[in-house]
Design a protein around this ligand. Structure first.
Ligand SMILES: NC(=O)C1=CN([C@@H]2O[C@H](COP(=O)(O)OP(=O)(O)OC[C@H]3O[C@@H](n4cnc5c(N)ncnc54)[C@H](OP(=O)(O)O)[C@@H]3O)[C@@H](O)[C@H]2O)C=CC1
Ligand SMILES: O=C(O)C1=N[C@H](C(=O)O)C[C@H](O)C1
Length: 266
């Protein structure tokens, strides 16, 4: 039985994860965390479902993690880093879905992974991770004569842009082309921009309504264009991917892994 604590327990992903853990035969809810200011503190983690899980939502990290083998964390970068410090102290593994980390924060996660096993992925859906592989192939085959643009759309509450998934798509494509995304990413265009530099990878972020998560990569050539699109219709796909990551970690002592490790796509 995988004993799982959920961080951000009252968030969009946190609630779906609690439901997902309760629905999985091999998983048990062992803790629930949220920030001290959350109105959900001290409520039962299943209250939003009308069920009593016996697991209260707490702000005390050590209290929330003490019965857990693994933490699933979809919160904010600063929260995730604080959670990882407590995980390291208690020997708890981590599945991290939070996006918006700076390079320095990613470096801190790599340091934690020297002591505990961590899966870090900007997108836990199987389809998106297969799409990364398709993009690698497409980028190599279309390396000249095609302009590359990444367009993502998310709900109105999302706080980071471009999405972690869009950035990862950019990294996959840049790597396949032997470029560094830092040198070739264009995140905004306005005014007299001049003609498009063919070596660039452009990003566009749309925010609105309840869009769960759409990503399109456009390879625009002369006389044709190819669009590779993934659309999430439900957050359940991220939940199922997170639980696969939990199972993958079961025999891991330390190390930093991603969804291509979990899915055997490397
Ligand atoms: N990798 C993937 O597959 C996916 C990743 N995500 C990412 O997961 C993250 C969360 O998304 P979502 O669930 O929609 O967001 P929500 O805002 O709905 O939930 C975030 C949760 O984290 C809590 N929180 C906020 N700040 C902190 C903090 N500093 N420390 C600890 N907890 C905190 C919030 O509490 P309160 O509400 O009280 O502020 C809330 O409970 C985002 O980074 C998003 O991009 C989302 C979906 C899929
Ligand atoms: O905030 C979200 O909702 C999502 N965030 C992730 C991202 O930034 O890529 C994954 C998914 O697109 C949903």
């Amino acid at each position: 039985m995988h004993r799982i604590a959920i961080a951000g327990a009252s968030g969009r992903m946190g609630r779906m994860l609690i439901e997902g853990v309760r629905g999985a035969d091999d998983c048990q809810l062992a803790g629930a965390l949220d920030i001290a200011a959350s109105p959900a503190i001290e409520a039962d983690a299943g209250a939003f479902l009308g069920v009593n899980t016996g697991v209260p939502i707490v702000a005390d990290l050590r209290g929330g993690l003490k019965n857990a083998q693994v933490l699933i964390d979809f919160t904010r970068p600063e929260g995730t880093l604080a959670h990882l410090a407590a995980c390291r102290e208690l020997g708890v593994q981590a599945v991290i879905g939070t996006t918006g980390f700076s390079d320095a924060q990613k470096g801190e996660i790599a340091e934690f992974a020297k002591d505990i096993a961590i899966v870090l992925a900007p997108n836990f859906s199987v389809g998106v991770n297969v799409t990364f592989k398709l993009l690698e192939m497409a980028a190599k085959a279309l390396s000249t004569g095609y302009d590359i643009e990444i367009i993502e759309a998310h709900h109105r509450h999302k706080v980071d842009a471009p999405s972690g998934t869009a950035l990862k798509m950019g990294e996959v494509i840049a790597d396949a082309l032997g470029r560094d995304l830092k040198d070739c990413a264009v995140y905004a265009r306005e005014g007299i921009t001049g003609e498009r530099d063919p070596s660039t990878i452009g990003f566009s972020a749309i925010r609105g309504g309840d869009i769960v998560g759409d990503h399109t990569v456009l390879f625009a050539g002369i006389g044709e264009r190819i669009e590779i699109t993934h659309k999430s219709a439900s957050r359940a796909t991220y939940v199922q991917g997170s639980l696969r990551a939990v199972r993958f970690l079961a025999d891991k002592k330390a190390g930093l892994f991603d969804m291509s490790d979990v899915l055997g796509l490397k």
